[in-house]
Design a binder for this molecule. Structure first.
Ligand code: HEM
Ligand code: HEM
Length: 232
């Protein structure tokens, strides 16, 4: 759980260290790579796949960091019970400032939702790339003209109609459409979560009287001394 800390700034506020460089650089690189992937999908496939690989690498690294990283980067620091998330949101509605050094309970839940949705977007993108272009790390696993017993092949062939046209590499075109639809769905779901995430960041910053965005840039937060953190 998040804890309050540390050094004194003046009589009214104190500055505390929160986000390590991997979290911060990872976050802003992820933002750029996500939007690059989102807006290059059609005509710029090379840029799209590279941006997608960058997103995938950051997400993977962040998941590992969630187990072995710095104090506030660890999942155990910001995964709260549904009740704590609910209570935090009620506090926000009542405009009651609440202070957490790491992610607040609602922010923590959103981080997990973002990481899951980003993972699904990358996974379906990699599968689509293999099915359509026979390229990328999944090529050979899914892009084959022979029936295969891999879970991916089973799911996509269940969706596909065997009598329909075969596309490149003998892969049923319906299978490509299935993965394209799924990929598009997760890309748009992630975009929706991002919109909620940014709204949540702005709302929490306003109600809790903390500049969370500055915190994600500098790695530090300044919190009023008289405002106690809820979790000590
Ligand atoms: C593609 C868009 C975005 C994605 C995928 C994204 C994802 C994330 C993730 C995964 C975290 C958790 C950081 C960590 O613990 O490693 C996070 C935190 C954060 N993000 Fe974003 N983000 C996006 C856009 C933005 C934007 C545009 C802003 C600023 C307006 C922003 C502000 C923040 C802040 C302030 C935090 C820390 C929240 C806190 O202090 O608890 N994010 N974001
Ligand atoms: C988070 C990262 C990603 C985002 C936001 C994203 C987003 C999108 C979107 C919105 C589309 C258009 C879907 C449609 O209109 O049907 C698309 C298509 C596609 N994406 Fe991604 N994608 C990402 C990662 C990847 C990755 C890692 C790969 C593979 C290396 C990939 C491969 C493809 C392919 C092959 C298409 C089909 C393009 C076409 O046939 O026109 N994507 N992606």
């Amino acid at each position: 759980m998040s804890t309050r800390s540390d050094s004194n700034t003046n009589d009214l506020t104190k500055t505390v260290k929160v986000w390590d460089p991997l979290v911060r650089i990872g976050h802003w690189t992820l933002v750029i790579a996500f939007f690059t992937a989102y807006f290059t999908e059609d005509d710029f496939m090379t840029q799209h796949t590279w941006a997608g690989y960058i997103v995938g690498s950051i997400v993977l690294l962040r998941i590992v960091w969630g187990f072995i990283g710095s104090k506030h980067a660890k999942f155990s620091d910001f995964i709260y019970s549904p009740k704590a998330v609910f209570n935090y949101l009620i506090g926000l509605l009542k405009r009651k400032p609440q202070h957490y050094v790491g992610h607040n309970p609602a922010g923590g839940a959103m981080v997990m939702a973002l990481l899951l949705s980003l993972s699904a977007t990358v996974f379906t993108g990699l599968t689509l790339y293999a099915v359509e272009e026979n390229a990328g790390p999944f090529a050979g696993i899914v892009s084959t003209s022979e029936p295969s017993a891999t879970p991916i092949a089973i799911v996509s062939s269940a969706y596909a109609d065997d009598d329909k046209d075969k596309g490149a590499m003998g892969v049923n075109k319906d299978s490509g459409e299935f993965w394209e639809d799924l990929h598009e769905f997760f890309a748009n779901l992630t975009l929706l979560l991002v919109a909620l995430h940014v709204s949540g960041v702005l709302l929490s910053s306003y109600i809790d009287k903390e500049n969370l965005i500055k915190g994600m840039m500098t790695g530090r937060k300044t919190i009023p001394k008289e405002m106690e953190s809820n979790d000590e």
